[in-house]
Design a protein around this ligand. Sequence first.
Ligand SMILES: Cc1cc2nc3c(=O)[nH]c(=O)nc-3n(C[C@H](O)[C@H](O)[C@H](O)COP(=O)(O)OP(=O)(O)OC[C@H]3O[C@@H](n4cnc5c(N)ncnc54)[C@H](O)[C@@H]3O)c2cc1C
Length: 381
Amino acid sequence: MTADAAARAIRAADPGAAVGLISAEPHPPYARPPLSKGLWKGDPESGIWRGTETAGVDLRLGRRVTAIDATGKTVTDNRGDAVAYGKLLLATGGTPRRLPLDTGQIIYFRTYDDYRRLRALANERLRFAVLGGGFIGTEIAAALRTAGRDVVMLVPEDGLGARVFPADLSHALVDYYREQGVELRTGEGLAGLTPRGGKVIVQTTGGREVPVDVVVAGLGIQPNVDLAEQAGLRVENGVVVDELLRTSAPDIFAAGDVANFFNPTLGIRMRVEHEDNANTMGAAAGRAMAGQGAQYTHLPFFYSDLFALGYEAVGELDPRHETVADWKEPFREGVVYYLKDGRVRGVLLWNTWGQVDAARALIAEPGPWRAGRLKGRLPAA
Ligand SMILES: Cc1cc2nc3c(=O)[nH]c(=O)nc-3n(C[C@H](O)[C@H](O)[C@H](O)COP(=O)(O)OP(=O)(O)OC[C@H]3O[C@@H](n4cnc5c(N)ncnc54)[C@H](O)[C@@H]3O)c2cc1C
């Protein structure tokens, strides 16, 4: 997604530029969010493709870049082909964390091919275990349940989305998922996986054994920084970039899930694994590569769907901050503000739409804010 956004921005800024995109995946760029949402609700697969090839971009698919020569300005792929570059963008994203069992019954849900596999399996009357209560786990459990499948979720924390939501909302989501028919085991992590009689036996830290046919792992990703490391670039929770999205090596840029950038509104370095950042930062990197760079100041938003509930969010959603909830209907519709030292650091817009820019503006205000003054500040549009 980042590479597609960058390629288009280069093309727009410099119509004569030669733009090439090398991807390890066999498919041209596509949107990932529908893989765990819209496609399970009847949206057509044709809607995911980004049409990069129509933007005058030379696509080299199914090729993994194995080395960068930052001095000679070439990259080499796994077929041994070398390509020279003037400017290079690393938009290598991330790789799902793996489990300690090698079997085709585990799906690490990241790609279109992963979606196709899981979708085919969801047509069969199989029992699915979903590991993890974060973004991918909650979305995939909802998708499988919507498809009528038998789903058990294993979540080591005591709630869903516990790393971003305040505890009461995280617990309310557990009840909500159970109402939707998901068997939810909170406070139980994974102790082991054993293949037995065609099933995978999931052993929990609570001492239980859960036999399932398919395991979907939603354990987060690790940024793909190996190329950057090998090329000697500065890497620290992702590839470190400056305000023009340049890495520590000349003419090499990085953006998207893999990039560690500074956000001036929050005053911190961050690495964001979300679509808005992929699109906006990708385009900003493309402009910078074409010589039209500007300071990257965008504060990205993110979103997710959980059965009939949905949200958009901006900033630092850290439940360790003080949280101020302004519910119109408890845990169904409202806004949660995350405060630190009197400043709003993050805003969760729960089934509340059209307020992302207002939330950004609030985060940019110096404050100090108190709970009473925040209530009613961002009503649903
Ligand atoms: C199922 C799913 C649902 C999501 N839903 C949401 C959502 O609802 N809201 C939201 O905000 N975000 C969502 N996201 C996150 C969003 O999709 C990512 O932030 C976005 O895809 C990041 O784009 P990227 O291009 O930086 O990285 P990626 O999408 O990971 O792309 C990186 C690409 O680089 C390729 N690559 C890596 N290394 C090499 C190499 N050495 N050589 C060649 N190619 C290489 C990879 O094969 C891959 O094609 C979702 C993600 C997934 C997986």
